[in-house]
Design a protein around this ligand. Sequence first.
Ligand SMILES: *[C@@H]1O[C@H](CO)[C@@H](O)[C@H](O)[C@H]1NC(C)=O
Ligand SMILES: *[C@@H]1O[C@H](CO)[C@@H](O)[C@H](O)[C@H]1NC(C)=O
Ligand SMILES: *[C@@H]1O[C@H](CO)[C@@H](O)[C@H](O)[C@H]1NC(C)=O
Length: 464
Amino acid sequence: MAALLATLFLFIPAALAGNGITLPLHRIALGENNLPENILSTQISVYNSNLFVYEVDVKIGNQTFPLLLDTGSADVWVLSGKCNDLEECQFLKTYTPTSSIVLADESFELNYLLGSVTGSVACDQMTLGAYQVSCQVFGMANRTQALHLGNNGNSGILGMAFPSVAAIGPATGVSFLQNIFSYLDEPDRYFALALGRKSGLDPTSSFSIGELDTAIASDFSGFFFVDVLKHGANDYDYWKIPLLSIKLEGHDLSLSPSLIPGAEHPIAVLDSGTSLVLGPTIDVKNFWDSFGDAARLNPVTAMWEVKCNTAITVSFALGSGDDDKMDFPLHPEDINWDSNDAGGEWCMGGIQANDKVNSGDWLVGDVFMRNVYVTHHGQNSTHRPAMGLLSMTDSGQAMEAFKKSRGVESTSAVIRIQQKPSDAMHPNVLYAISSGCGFVGGAAITLLVRVLQTRKMRIRTSLT
Ligand SMILES: *[C@@H]1O[C@H](CO)[C@@H](O)[C@H](O)[C@H]1NC(C)=O
Ligand SMILES: *[C@@H]1O[C@H](CO)[C@@H](O)[C@H](O)[C@H]1NC(C)=O
Ligand SMILES: *[C@@H]1O[C@H](CO)[C@@H](O)[C@H](O)[C@H]1NC(C)=O
């Protein structure tokens, strides 16, 4: 039987005016850590030079670690000193058990598309800003495989999705998010996230719990609210909401129906742990085909590319339905990634195909999230979980900045919206077609952009 590590939590908000806290985030480019050069493997191709992760400092026991802030998973884990694989863990800060640790008689294993992490389950004091949980359950990773954490310098992950998707489940301990939400008064039961565009300790990024970052928004008046979609009858898994359409230069691109049984609209999972926007092959092909000659599918990498000087306005319409939706414009540099290769003709596209997204239809990562200030509200007595979105991108200004950075010749692509994917096609048929297309090269890049990709997480009780 698993020992329950849930009972010992307590928050000690030290010197707080209200209940909330606002914390800085570090934006780290893959390969931009301070590790010795030779550790940076050739995994980091030109394509990945614009992949960023957002990290927050978390103290576990008496040691502070940069953890990847991930709204697409629900566990906390950190590397332990046992992890000494050169490629995977060396030169990263690792956790050494302190006197306050409580060990569970359990091991954990998280499986990703192309890698995994294994270790044991423990609980220790965890401090985030002024919040302290006296016994927060977490995974101590003594082995990771094919994750290459050294590329971005984080020692683990802080997962902020709903507890039902945690590998270290409720029978073992209360998730960090649940601890936070049960501490906060109902009106303050939320966290807010801004993913910025500056490197290092990014002043345009912020992570708040129980309050808004007043440097970004002083109240909720400009926010657009959408209820989080349920998983099954009465449960929540991810921060997911309907994606009603994608617009190119104001033209609606209709999307193929959701593959999730019962879903009225395609489902977008907002996920700070994914760099790209990943969607169904058929829709993503339709999107890039609209660019005509200005976009191509690179046959070697199986990634969509766009002419570097192509300036396009793309927006996502999110909301509960056609009479309750809002358009959120994306900065052109999120759609057309800077190649770091001066004079290069082809740049990587920020929207890519992947049919392995099984938590929803679209995995909407940093490419979108950099364009909104987003609040994540927990369940309270009057309302189910919801998300608030505030647009942060002025499409006119963003376009001007983009054209300036890519050179005066930047051109608007001629957008030719293709016929929409036939409504007559049953979702099962769409699925068969798209998975038949294959996606060999995609797996590798997806791993780099998404640490927690597949949901085949499991927890095993060790055989003692
Ligand atoms: C953490 O605490 C342990 C004792 O529990 C001590 O040996 C160690 O030096 C401390 N480390 C830091 C960074 O304070
Ligand atoms: C890692 O931890 C697990 C669970 O405690 C254990 O089964 C395994 O032997 C450990 N591996 C190493 C290399 O220490
Ligand atoms: C519950 O949360 C919603 C946001 O999801 C908020 O508008 C509402 O005021 C909260 N209810 C209470 C009683 O605080």
